[in-house]
Design a binder for this molecule. Structure first.
Ligand SMILES: Cc1cc2nc3c(=O)[nH]c(=O)nc-3n(C[C@H](O)[C@H](O)[C@H](O)COP(=O)(O)O)c2cc1C
Length: 274
């Protein structure tokens, strides 16, 4: 676990022990983990320590960002959430690899059930690969719609329309000209996997907005990979025992939104218990 306490800094306040979910930190002379097997690696002990005395899992307080005064103000956060838009038009130029990495690494800090952190990210960031993948998807999708269309007529009609618009107008509904996309999946054994994958992409999307990178949740592409051309899952290297979460396009937006939209008050059904 690599848990260590800087004895010169530790003031024996006990906050690390109090905040430990499994209660496996005890203050003997100084704090120590009494049952390493139960530690689920959340690093709360490092985060809560007021004097920066605790290091764990190879992480020390010096590697962290002090939080005081660093969170976005609530109005800034509200504007981010209300100003985030689905981007359906992208510039062809790619996002720099180091910015993609920063985006992924930040979203990687999203919470996961029992801190399992078992979301797998399948990233296609090379625009040439995206182009080839896209060409194959459209070609095979058209064949599939002719030979073996989905049973639900509205779904079949939707995908036929998508192929037609690409063929006749070059209108790319599936990929929107995005130079990059990612898919998330998780082992079927992972607890909370569906929530974990969605939360990861939600964080990815919000962080992307702050970096002026556009994103699009892509249910259409997910459906293609999951049920219309399922061999793609294997060819993309997504293990067979994984649940496919969602697909998300991203890239430099070719559309600029000028203002938030308003969706009114949240629909809430408030209950009381007596
Ligand atoms: C789970 C999910 C799947 C979506 N799938 C698609 C999609 O396949 N294609 C698309 O153009 N938009 C897709 N969207 C975008 C929604 O249509 C969009 O969020 C909605 O119209 C509201 O617009 P906004 O995101 O700009 O607020 C999806 C959104 C979500 C949350």
């Amino acid at each position: 676990m690599n848990f260590s306490v800087n004895e010169e800094l530790c003031v024996l306040c006990g906050l690390c022990a109090q905040d430990c979910f499994y209660g496996i930190i005890e203050l003997d002379e100084y704090p120590g983990i009494i049952d390493e097997d139960r530690c689920f690696k959340c690093q709360h002990c490092l985060a809560v320590c007021p004097t920066g005395a605790i290091s764990i899992l190879g992480n020390s307080p010096e590697d962290s960002t002090p939080l005081k005064g660093k969170f976005p103000a609530e109005d800034s956060m509200a504007t981010l959430i209300k100003g985030r838009r689905s981007v359906r038009k992208y510039k062809p130029d790619p996002v720099e690899p180091e910015r993609i990495q920063k985006l992924l690494d930040t979203a990687w800090h999203a919470p996961t059930g029992v801190n399992s952190r078992s979301v797998h990210i399948t990233l296609m960031d090379d625009p040439e690969s995206v182009q080839k993948f896209k060409d194959e998807v459209y070609e095979r999708l058209e064949e599939a719609m002719a030979e073996n269309p989905p049973e639900i007529p509205s779904v079949a009609n939707l995908f036929k329309m998508i192929c037609k618009r690409m063929k006749e107008e070059g209108h790319d509904i599936l990929f929107c000209g995005a130079p990059h996309f990612l898919l998330v999946s998780a082992p079927e054994s992972a607890p909370s996997r569906t929530a974990d994958m969605t939360i990861f992409l939600s964080y990815f999307e919000l962080m992307a907005q702050t970096m002026k990178i556009g994103t699009l949740w892509n249910g259409l592409l997910r459906r293609v990979i999951e049920s219309i051309l399922p061999d793609l899952q294997d060819r993309l290297g997504i293990p067979a025992d994984h649940e496919l979460g969602y697909a998300m396009l991203f890239g430099n937006p070719a559309v600029k939104y000028q203002r938030t939209i308003e969706r009114g008050s949240a629909l809430v059904r408030r209950v009381e218990w007596k």
